[in-house]
Design a protein around this ligand. Sequence first.
Ligand SMILES: Nc1ncnc2c1ncn2[C@@H]1O[C@H](COP(=O)(O)OP(=O)(O)OP(=O)(O)O)[C@@H](O)[C@H]1O
Ligand SMILES: [Mg+2]
Length: 249
Amino acid sequence: MAGASWPPLRAGGAERCSLAVNDLWYLAGGRALLSGINLTLGRSGITVLMGPNGAGKSLLLRVVHGLAAPTSGAVTWGGRSLNEETRRNIALVFQKPALLRRTVAANVDFVLAARGVKDRTDRRNELLETVDLANRADQPARLLSGGEQQRLALARALATDPCVLLLDEPTASLDPASSLRIEQIIALVAARGVRVILVTHDVGQARRLADDVVFMSHGQVVEMGFADSFFSAPQSERARAFLDGRFVL
Ligand SMILES: Nc1ncnc2c1ncn2[C@@H]1O[C@H](COP(=O)(O)OP(=O)(O)OP(=O)(O)O)[C@@H](O)[C@H]1O
Ligand SMILES: [Mg+2]
């Protein structure tokens, strides 16, 4: 990562990176998949979203990104509703990286071109250096390992110069070293002022990265607060059980 100059420093993040979710409901198939979610997240920092399988974490990420429309309730970024312009500030990385069947370099160039970046070479090289893939630039992306593909997906997300990065279990299938590498990149990006919302089941990772934690279960926010208090003294039985590795439905 030596010499990487991206992303630019944004002291404290920008107002447009702050999220407010107000009484959000998502109903499907006769079920409430998200039930009355209220959240206010400041303009910078790393929020970790945790909770058991099926809690609604991925769905909530999709809704705050604008990929899925809620049944009711409001999502605003910096006080503004989701629209084409506000969505341009938000990048989403899925658990399974979505890549083009082209070279590593072309995968990043494609995003830069779509954003109208003229001088792509320098920018692409910076991004690939940030994710330690500069020496793989000319290889087909499909030949990369899972961890490398995930890093390329991150580079593609960062190529949009987002002020918000939404990450859905970005290290779920990676070995410990690759996971730590992704964590370092996430920490770097957040330190540069990008607002991060990270879904993870990895409690160690959450402890290492989180400024605050939102704990969900059954489509509801059960608990939210500063990471230190959440991990040292979770308030709800569900969160305690989750952190102890006990099965909770
Ligand atoms: N568009 C949809 N239509 C119907 N059901 C859906 C839809 N999207 C998600 N679900 C259901 O909503 C629930 C929450 O799904 P979601 O993927 O958000 O869970 P999650 O917390 O991300 O779980 P995991 O930890 O397993 O990834 C699940 O029961 C899922 O089957
Ligand atoms: Mg999920």
